[in-house]
Design a protein around this ligand. Structure first.
Ligand code: 3PG
Length: 202
């Protein structure tokens, strides 16, 4: 799973409140060439959205904005393959590690990165990336934290994606710009354009 995620290089981040939108979303992302999404738990029915996608074996399904071990467990039971958290919550991290669930905890500072090292976490989310210094901050982290790879998220779009992916300590990027809920043709188009950008880099 980790290898697939790394090869895709981009994780669409999506908030959906309507479970009926789940399948059209996945169809659009797959049509654009990105069979992966982080479904954020920011809406009342986000867990139902994840549940709807349980059977889509070809799709890498993540749950994001997870704030507790209990939410992580519920998301995994609903069908999530991996967990993403906006900040570093040791209890959530430990639950995922003990249950062999891939987790990408959020970090913003060197102190957070020390916590990641303490828990043997090698891939973290860097959030909110652009606000926290973006590419320059990641370059600065690459010295003292050379074993850690990042998923920068927050403020990333088609115009700055390539600067992030050019960094050797960037595992993948996260972003919401390619998803336009209720305009699935446009979502497929923006996704395909993002995939083209990524392919041009390699
Ligand atoms: C996140 O959930 O990680 C961010 O809100 C996504 O940021 P973006 O909307 O700027 O891509």
């Amino acid at each position: 799973m980790i290898d697939l995620l790394q090869s895709l290089k981009l994780i669409p981040i999506v908030s959906l409140d309507e479970p009926d939108d789940a399948e059209p979303l996945v169809d659009a992302l797959c049509a654009g060439g990105l069979p992966v999404a982080e479904i954020t738990l920011r809406t009342d029915r986000a867990m139902d959205v994840i549940r709807r996608l349980h059977h889509r074996d070809e799709f890498l399904l993540g749950a994001g904005t997870v704030h507790s071990a209990e939410q992580a467990q519920e998301a995994v039971e609903a069908g999530a393959h991996f967990i993403v958290t906006p900040g570093f919550n040791p209890r959530t991290v430990v639950w995922c590690l003990e249950n062999d669930v891939p987790i990408f905890p959020g970090v913003a500072t060197p102190t957070d990165l020390e916590m990641a090292l303490e828990h043997n976490i090698e891939v973290v989310k860097f959030f909110p990336a652009e606000t926290l210094g973006g590419v320059n901050a990641l370059k600065a982290f690459s010295g003292p934290y050379h074993n850690i790879r990042f998923i920068p998220t927050g403020g990333i779009n088609a115009s700055n994606l390539s600067y992030y992916l050019a960094l050797s300590n960037v595992f993948a990027c996260g972003g919401s710009w390619m998803v336009e809920v209720d305009n699935w043709d446009q979502t497929a188009l923006l996704t395909a354009q993002a995939v083209e950008l990524i392919n041009d880099l390699t």
